[in-house]
Ligand binder design. Structure first.
Ligand code: TXA
Ligand code: MG
Length: 297
């Protein structure tokens, strides 16, 4: 039996599987199985107040979970899907409220990975958070998921994630697109596409869901963000520097694997220099993750 078929059978039985996507691996279960949804929260040790993203394989399936699909949202879906963009839309009453943590809105995206799309087409829309324990670093390779959850979880191996950080999460308010979680589809790109609809794009100020809370994506050892000329505290014996590519797409792709590798090599602290080369909207998602992963004084 193919690996894909094993994953399909597990999902159909109401179980959960590790699912590759282009951003990070997800911990996926059918939106119609309450047992699967409960298992996702339990495995992740995630509090029930942090909502899950629903993954669809075709545009029509948005209607299964959202009661409205405003024209500007549909236009963005047609432009960027399959791809790393999550749309926050008004939720359908029938959708299990555990998925949205009781919020009246649901996050939806179509992942750009052939195995994920096949899996969803053969089962149902899948609720999937990133496949890591709550607040920890997200997995960008199948092995990261094995290491976090062990033998008890079947992981569909789809290789290394090509984007490397989680999707951009956006919502809509009057004539504004609000970015709740920045990602590789950045403010400048979104602004260009929504202009013809009379929309502007802004970073949202306050968290709408705990995924935007202060601490998240944390590696096993403390991570420090340093300015030019700053040195890491001499209390550490083996601090290691996280050196990012100057190309934001490559930097995002390597980020989480690099954080894990340096820890495995025995680092007792990580540090990264913030340079002007890494500024601009296209770096915003990367700095959002690094800031939330970092230890601050
Ligand atoms: O790239 C991704 O988005 C990955 C892959 C697996 O698709 N998924 C992911 O899921 O990052 P997760 O659960 O780690 O992050 C989802 C975040 C939540 O923490 C929350 O911030 C936001 O998306 N979110 C989801 N549903 C929401 C809702 N109904 N309202 C507001 N924010 C929501
Ligand atoms: Mg996550």
């Amino acid at each position: 039996m193919s690996e894909l078929q094993v994953a399909i059978d597990l999902i159909q039985k109401g179980d959960v599987v590790g699912m590759p996507t282009e951003t990070v691996y997800g911990l996926a279960g059918s939106i119609y199985s309450e047992a699967a949804i409960r298992k996702i929260f339990a495995l992740k040790e995630r509090p029930f107040f942090d909502p899950l993203i629903v993954h669809v394989a075709q545009l029509e399936d948005v209607k299964l979970v959202a009661r409205e699909f405003p024209p500007v949202a549909e236009f963005l879906a047609k432009t960027f899907w399959p791809g790393p963009l999550t749309l926050i839309l008004p939720k359908k009453d029938e959708l299990n409220p555990m998925i949205t943590s009781g919020l009246d809105q649901v996050g939806v995206r179509m992942p750009n990975h052939p195995l994920a799309l096949e899996l969803i087409k053969n089962t149902a829309p899948l609720a999937a958070p990133s496949a890591n324990k709550f607040k920890k670093t997200s997995p960008s390779e199948a092995e990261h998921v094995f290491n976090e959850f062990g033998e008890n979880l079947f992981v569909l191996d789809g290789g290394k994630c090509q984007v490397g950080i989680e999707s951009t999460v956006i919502g809509f308010q009057e004539k504004k697109v609000l970015i709740y979680r920045p990602g590789m589809i950045d403010l400048a790109k979104l602004a260009m596409w929504v202009k013809s609809y009379g929309y502007t794009v802004e970073y949202a100020q306050s968290p709408v869901a705990p995924g935007q809370l202060e601490h998240h994506y944390m590696p096993k050892v403390p991570l420090y963000i340093l300015g030019a000329g700053e040195e890491i505290d001499p209390v550490f014996n083996q601090p290691k520097e996280l050196k990012l590519s100057n190309n934001p797409n490559l930097a995002a792709r390597e980020l989480y694997a690099m954080m894990r590798e340096l820890c495995e090599e025995g680092a007792d602290a990580l540090y990264i220099y913030r340079t002007p080369l890494h500024d601009g909207h296209e770096w915003r998602g990367i700095w959002d993750r690094l800031t939330k992963a970092s230890t601050r004084k």
